[in-house]
Design a protein. Structure first.
Length: 534
């Protein structure tokens, strides 16, 4: 099932395994069982520290195509229901390596938080093997499981457990259940899962096990192209740098095709995010991933408060928090997220196979979404508010050539209707004739642009009415020592290549500021160090 190239790579990855790992497979029959057995047998063949056993687990495992990971005979709490191929193959490989002793690359404060959970937490993550967001959630929860024996996690391939999908009325992935109840669904990040856990278990943040960082020269908030560029350029100057991000790659991670990153003819969001992580790892940057900033206070030294409860003091701050999907704001949208309303066609498109869907938005994102969905669904109807589509001509031509794509221009979406927890129709107005219409369908994909992630800034720096951080040509904000870059700012043209350049510019401007203000910042740092020691 696995070709020689993959097996050779696995052999290299598993060469340094410190403990043995056993795949424990539930006994019984299933149409996909032999395929799973062959899959696991192939993987086990690459190392004498890997093995496969079939047991009667007396109901501990879900089905004959469910397997658990054991290390030296001890249950890790990690389960896979289905065949973790596709995007989930990396989740399995990482689980094997981390269970066998490979260091879990999480911030120590975050590790302490997870280890401090006292309640039994049993997670189930329903995934689609074509979903590129799902592995982030599966991998994060697997790491939590290895850090705390009270936590268990099971990946469930929705394509092989249709009965559970129907029973729980799941229409979007990842769909995360905790102790049998819906915990999170739709596009979700590990940082959002941690925030939800903190709200349920506030004592997580009271471990106090990690040492506070010394005063930083630069703290970067955001892990997308702008944030990573800023961190790398700062580190290259020999500065003390911390990067805080809910995930490395940011919004880029949700982009499938990238063809306009100069010198790279074609790549994908996940690939580019991986490259950003690899490049970042080359430098001495303290990375606090899966965490958010809840508050920033301004003074000669800025104080950054994290969702973990930690505080970081820094001489300068670079805001690179990017943007998120903009919501329609019509009745029926929020109520049906994960039940027919979605924002990621790549993740949730497979759940609408053979069905009728709409895409709201006629820009590049909207038309690309329509083209992606056209190969899966029965029909796609695109709704554009303006009289003309905003997408590039090459994309419009492709859409017009598809027999199952219909383009509606100059229309306004009024409401999304649903019955029994499922989307059934969309109501809209023809803005030319002012006529009201209703179109029966099964899903709505919203693609109307982005909104800046600037809510946590409150009144710290000047913002536009749209929430963008106002900057000058050197990425300086209205506050001394605070810089901003990328999609969160007023810089025109929200593009990856522009964000990278802006991040580099912000770092150079911050370095210049540190040189000119070195005396006053040095005094503030000395005072902060003395206060900490006292």
């Amino acid at each position: 099932m696995l070709d020689d190239k993959i097996l050779h790579a696995l052999k290299g990855y598993t060469a340094d395994m410190q403990t043995s790992v056993t795949f424990v497979l539930q006994a019984g029959d299933h149409p996909k069982r032999q395929e799973l057995v062959n899959f696991l047998t192939d993987i086990a063949s690459v190392s004498d520290k890997l093995s496969l056993e079939t047991r009667e687990t007396k109901g501990l495992l879900r089905s004959p195509i469910t397997f658990a990971l054991e290390t030296d005979g001890q249950d890790t709490g990690i389960r896979f229901s289905g065949i973790p191929s596709g995007h989930e193959f990396n989740s399995l490989v990482l689980a094997i390596l981390q269970a066998s002793g490979t260091t879990i690359k999480l911030d120590e404060a975050l590790k302490d938080m997870i280890a401090n959970v006292q309640e039994e937490l049993n997670f189930e993550v329903f995934v689609s093997l074509s979903c590129h967001n799902c592995p982030d959630v599966v991998q994060a929860l697997n790491q939590f499981t290895l850090l705390n024996p009270r936590i268990h996690n099971e990946m469930i391939d929705g394509g092989l457990f249709q009965n559970l999908i129907d029973e729980r009325d799941i229409q979007g992935v990842p769909s995360v259940y905790l102790n049998g109840e819906l915990f999170a669904n739709g596009k979700v990040t590990a940082a959002e899962l941690i925030d939800k856990l903190i709200s349920r278990h506030p004592s997580m943040t009271q471990s106090g096990g990690s040492e506070p960082l010394p005063v930083q020269d630069i703290a970067v908030i955001g892990g997308g192209p702008a944030g990573v560029s800023a961190a790398i350029y700062s580190a290259r100057k020999g500065l003390k740098v911390t990067l805080i991000a809910d995930r490395i790659g940011g919004q880029v991670k949700d982009t499938i095709g990238i063809e306009n990153l100069i010198s790279v003819p074609q790549t994908t969001g996940p690939e580019l995010s991986g490259a950003l992580q690899t490049h970042l790892n080359e430098y001495d940057v303290t990375v606090k991933e899966h965490l958010k900033v809840t508050q920033v206070t301004q003074a000669p030294l800025k104080t950054v408060v994290l969702s973990s409860g930690e505080t970081i003091q820094t001489k300068t701050l670079i805001i690179a928090t990017g943007a998120k999907w903009r919501e329609l704001g019509v009745p029926g949208e929020k109520e049906n997220i994960g039940n027919g309303v979605a924002y990621c066609p790549h993740c949730d498109g497979p759940f609408f196979k053979g069905k009728d869907v709409a895409v709201i938005g006629g820009g590049n994102s909207g038309i690309e979404a329509a083209l992606d969905l056209a190969g899966i669904v029965k029909s796609v109807t695109v709704f554009e508010f303006l009289p003309e589509l905003k997408a590039d001509r090459v994309l419009i031509d492709k859409a017009e050539a598809k027999s199952n794509i219909t383009l509606h221009k100059h229309v306004a979406t009024n409401a999304i209707k649903s019955e029994n927890g499922k989307v059934t129709a969309i109501e809209y107005t023809d803005r030319t004739s002012n006529e009201q219409h209703s179109l029966a369908l099964d899903g709505v994909f919203v693609q109307i642009g982005l909104v800046p992630n600037s809510g946590f800034l409150d009144t710290l720096v000047e913002l536009t009415p749209f929430g963008e951080v106002v900057i000058n040509e050197k990425c300086q904000t209205s506050e001394t020592g605070i810089f901003a870059c990328g999609d969160v700012t007023t810089v025109p043209y929200k593009q990856i290549v522009i964000a990278m350049g802006e991040g580099s510019k912000a770092a150079l401007a911050a370095f210049e500021y540190l040189l000119t203000e070195s005396d006053s910042l040095g005094t503030a740092t000395a005072a902060a160090t003395e206060s900490s020691a006292a």
